[in-house]
Every structure is written in C-alpha cells, then in structure tokens.
Design a protein around this ligand. Structure first.
Ligand SMILES: [Zn+2]
Length: 160
C-alpha cells in the first residue's frame, strides 16, 4: 500500500470510482503551482475494489456540491488539525447551473450567451438531465466529459 503523509489541513476526496479521479481533478481546476496535491490512482479499497484518492493541502473552501455529478460514490473529508472535521457524502445534484452545457443549437443558451445553462435531474438511475429551456436531455453516464463546462470557459463567459 502506497503511503502518503497525512495532511494537517485540507481536503481528502476518497472512494472515487477508479478512473474518475482525473476528471474530478480537472473539474476542480486547482492552481497546481500554488497547492500541494496528492493524486492516487487505483488504490486498494477495503469495500469497493479499486479507488482513486485526491488530497489537497491547505484548501478547505472548495464548492464541492456539484462533484456528485461526476462521482456520487465519492466522499469528501475536510481535515483540520490532522482530524476529520467534516465528512460530506456526495449526492447526485437535483439541479446544476453552468456545469453541463446545452448543445442544442436552437436552445436559448446557444443564442443568448449570458443565459445560464440550467439542467434538472430527471432520472438518478441513468443520470439524465433536462435543459430548463429546450427540454434537451443529456445523460451523464458514459463518456460525457465533453459536456462538462471548463472553468476557463466560465471565466471567459463572465467577462463578456
Ligand atoms: Zn437547452
């Protein structure tokens, strides 16, 4: 077993479905020049076979609610003074704003660049979401990475 030193303060995202850790890391868009990050792929898990683990030192205030969209099985531990101060069980979000991009060219979000992309969960089993404006349906199962908005894209959008 690979041992990574415990952190005094920070975030540990544990029990990530093996293979999804890179997507979570990419989604979090953390400045890797500033923070210490440990990314463990395919660690042995007592309960679920293989898992990915991400540890981020000195960061405790990330918005993690939407992480459930990527992997609802992951757990988030907030570490203070080497102890778990808070444990967050991720869930599939009911409503997501500016995470999934609507690709329907006739959708108002394709025309109105300032319009937020809002999706509502319609089926937690298939992880299907419906666009608030045009009712287009997107499944977040399978290869959906291109549907996740990039943080850079959001930054550009807010500057327009
Ligand atoms: Zn739409």
């Amino acid at each position: 077993m690979l041992v990574i030193n415990s952190i005094e303060r920070g975030i540990v995202i544990d029990h990530i479905t093996a293979g999804l850790g890179a997507r979570i890391l990419n989604y979090l868009d953390i400045d890797t020049s500033k923070y210490t990050i440990a990314f463990i792929m395919n660690a042995e898990s007592a309960t679920r076979g293989r898992k990915d683990v991400i540890k981020i030192k000195d960061v405790v205030d990330l918005n993690l609610t939407d992480l459930g969209l990527i992997d609802p099985h992951a757990t988030v531990n907030i570490i203070e003074d080497h102890k778990v101060a808070k444990k967050i069980k991720l869930e599939i979000p009911e409503k997501v704003v500016n995470i999934i991009r609507c690709k329907n060219p006739r959708c108002v979000t394709s025309v109105e660049k300032a319009a937020p992309h809002i999706f509502h969960l319609i089926d937690p089993e298939t992880m299907e979401y419906r666009c608030e404006y045009c009712d287009d349906i997107v499944s977040m199962k399978g290869d959906w990475q291109h549907d996740i908005m990039r943080k850079e894209w959001l930054r550009t959008k807010s500057c327009e």
